[in-house]
Design a protein around this ligand. Structure first.
Ligand SMILES: C[S@@+](CC[C@H](N)C(=O)[O-])C[C@H]1O[C@@H](n2cnc3c(N)ncnc32)[C@H](O)[C@@H]1O
Ligand SMILES: [Zn+2]
Length: 295
C-alpha cells in the first residue's frame, strides 16, 4: 500500500476535502496509510492500492467499469483530444489565476485533471469509479517525477454527494460527466466558475454515419444549471477540430467510450469492424457559469 503522502497533496487534503460522514476536515494519518477526519469520531478512510482515496461509503462499486476506463485511457493517451484539453486549459487560465483550486467532478482517468495540474492548478479529481481514480493517480504519480510541483488528489466519490468543503474551489469542471449544479454551487467560492463540457451538435458525426442509416445530431445537455442554483451562465465556447483516428484498435477504443456503444445495432457494429481510419469532426461545447456572490 503506497504512502498517501506521496500521492495526495496535503494542501488539497486540508483545504478542500471534507469527511463524507460528519463533514469535518481531513488529514493524512501519521502512518500515511489512510485519511482521518478531524471530527470527534475520527472517521478513517483507506487509500486504494494505487494511492487514491475512497470517500464513497454510500455509493460503493459505481461509475465506469475497468474495461471502459481502459478503452478511454488508451484513446486519450494517443492525444486525439489534445485540442480540447488545450482549449479547456486556456479557458481556465482566463478565469482563475495559477495556483487556484480546481475540482474536476467526474474526472475519469484524469486526462484533463492532470493537464490542469501541469498548468499549476491544485486539482482535486473525483469519480465514482475506483478504476478511474486509480488510473488518474498513476498518471499523476508519473507526471510528478517530471514536475515535482504538480499537485493533485484523486478520490472515489459521487458528484451528487461531494466530500468537499463549502466554498473551497475556485473552479469546478464537469466534463462529459453527470452534472450536479447544487453540489457544484455549494463547493464553489462566491465568484468562482463552473465549466461544463458536452458533445456539440456535430460531434463524431463521421462515426455515426458508419453506425447508423439515419444519423442524428446531438441534442444539448439537459442537466445544465438553471437559475435556482446561484450559477449564472456567462459564456459558451464551441471548440471544433478534425479528428483522424488511425488503426482499428483506436477506432474501437473511441467507439467504446461513446454512448453509441450501448445503442448501436449488431449491423452497425459490423460496419465499424475492421475500419482502419476514421475521419470525423470533434465538437465540444463548454458552458461557463459564475457562482453568484453571497446574496
Ligand atoms: C464519459 S466519462 C468522462 C470522464 C472525464 N471527465 C473525461 O472527459 O475524460 C464519465 C465519468 O463519470 C463518472 N461518473 C458517473 N457517474 C458519476 C457520479 N455520480 N459521480 C462521479 N462520477 C461519476 C464515470 O465513472 C466516468 O468516469
Ligand atoms: Zn468524520
Amino acid at each position: 500500500m503506497p504512502d498517501l503522502n506521496g500521492t495526495l497533496d496535503p494542501h488539497i487534503v486540508r483545504h478542500m476535502l471534507a469527511c463524507p460522514v460528519c463533514g469535518a476536515g481531513m488529514q493524512i494519518s501519521g502512518d500515511g496509510r489512510s485519511l482521518v477526519c478531524t471530527g470527534a469520531r475520527r472517521h478513517c478512510f483507506d487509500g486504494g492500492g494505487g494511492g487514491y482515496v475512497s470517500l464513497s461509503p454510500r455509493h460503493p462499486g459505481g461509475g465506469d467499469a475497468k474495461e471502459a476506463v481502459r478503452s478511454r485511457s488508451a484513446f486519450l493517451e494517443r492525444g486525439y483530444y489534445q485540442p480540447a484539453a488545450d482549449a479547456l486549459c486556456g479557458i481556465v487560465r482566463e478565469l482563475i489565476p495559477a495556483g487556484g483550486a480546481v475540482l474536476d467532478a467526474g474526472c475519469g482517468e484524469g486526462y484533463y485533471s492532470n493537464r490542469l495540474a501541469g498548468e499549476g492548478y491544485a486539482v482535486l479529481g473525483v469519480d465514482l469509479s475506483k478504476y478511474a481514480a486509480d488510473a488518474a493517480t498513476r498518471t499523476a504519480r508519473r507526471n510528478r517525477q517530471r514536475d515535482p510541483g504538480s499537485r493533485t488528489v484523486f478520490a472515489v466519490a459521487s458528484v451528487f454527494d461531494l466530500p468537499v468543503q463549502d466554498g473551497s474551489a475556485d473552479c469546478v469542471t464537469s466534463l462529459f460527466a453527470p452534472c450536479a449544479p447544487a453540489e457544484f454551487a455549494r463547493v464553489l467560492k462566491p465568484g468562482g466558475f463552473l465549466i461544463v463540457a458536452g458533445a456539440g451538435a456535430g460531434h463524431l458525426m463521421g462515426l455515426k454515419r458508419i453506425l447508423y442509416d439515419d444519423p442524428y445530431i446531438n441534442q444539448p445537455r439537459r442537466d445544465l444549471p438553471d437559475d435556482t442554483h446561484s450559477l449564472v451562465l456567462v459564456d459558451t465556447r464551441h471548440v471544433t477540430f478534425p479528428l483522424r483516428v488511425c488503426g482499428e484498435a483506436d477506432v474501437q477504443a473511441l467507439f467504446a467510450m461513446t454512448p453509441y456503444y450501448w445503442r448501436t445495432s449488431q449491423e452497425g457494429k459490423e460496419r465499424l469492424k475492421g475500419l482502419d481510419v476514421l475521419e470525423s469532426e470533434a465538437c465540444f461545447d463548454f458552458f461557463i457559469y459564475r457562482r453568484k456572490d453571497r446574496e
